[in-house]
Design a protein around this ligand. Sequence first.
Ligand SMILES: [Zn+2]
Length: 425
Amino acid sequence: MAEQLIREIDERRDDLVVLTQELLRIPTLNPPGENYREICDYLARRLKKSGFEIDLVRAFGTPGDSDKYPRWNVIARRDGKRSGECVHFNSHIDVVDVGHGWSKDPFGGELEDGKIYGRGACDMKGGLAASIIAVEAFLATLPDFSGAIEVSGTADEESGGYGGVAYLAEKGFFDPERVQHVIIPEPLNKDRICLGHRGVWWAEVETYGEIAHGSMPFLGDCAVRHMGAVLDEMENSLFPALAEKRTEMPVVPEGARQSTLNINSIHGGQAEGDDDFTGLPSPCVPDSCRMIVDRRFLLEENIDEVQAEFLQVLKDVENKRASFRYDVRELHRVLPTMTDKEAPVVRTVARAIEETLGKEAEYVVSPGTYDQKHIDRIGKLKNCIAYGPGILDLAHKPDEYVGVEDMLDSAKVMGRSLIELLAQP
Ligand SMILES: [Zn+2]
């Protein structure tokens, strides 16, 4: 059966290329969230032909949803002849901003030397196309399968997934009674299984001062200097402490196998003028300074401790500076998640990698988050991994591409996994 599947996939090589190109030519930029309906309709037409029932779901009222930029999602399902388990392939349909430095048309889908170029080629329209080819080749090999197959294309992953997987999970699409195995074809390299991701805590810190004339700063109180003291304290106590916190999670790259904190932005005092403003700034002591921090944490850490550790920095500064006043606002939190290596979907895909590529699967954890967080927390479904073609380092970069050979190989891994999970009588 596996041999026939491999043949079916190889025969679909041209189809895979065209499918990937056509997906890339629908510019689904997020923000703002363009052309979601167009790409959902395209996927619906394709999967309907392969015998799938189609659900089109708009995530009304989620962040960014409007009549101009509606958050559309497509969920396609095909039930087998007998009852059994359901395998779900979930791909996000949105892509990030193009940015500068491209030598190819970001929405052209150009094929050159076995690589298809375009924004979203590796993250993750190549993975979406590979999963569709895998499913169609499987159906041709084993039309008489047990259980069910689902393929979804979902919105807004790049901006948190609230108009996509989070919304669908709330509506029950990822209930463990409906779906038993989830594979997210994110670009993690074709021989690696991604088990989960670190946690996230974003916060905004504001320090306060008192406005005065800039020639007499002693009559005011400089909020930027207070923030400087916070930065100093972070350098001296927080950053060294974070570097000490190591994890058993196999995070890649290696540098992310510890707690990290990024300072996303700092703004203090007068707003910067527009580029076409040619005047001078006015002399004022800043009365406010705001900083956004992005703390990534580990399975071994607890979110309350993460928060408390950061607040301690501010308390330490407060003890040293008489007029220090501040606020902290939490902006965003995601708990870390990691699927058990012994979970059925992990073991199945690991075996399929070994059979297809002749090497052992590598297990990794993502430094950043992706839609698995919603499937775990809202859907309560633990049997979920990310597995797909493409090189993670190319994501969000200029001249992003996906290799046709990589897509074929990962489609074979996905197809073999379907045989293992759905071929039972
Ligand atoms: Zn992605």
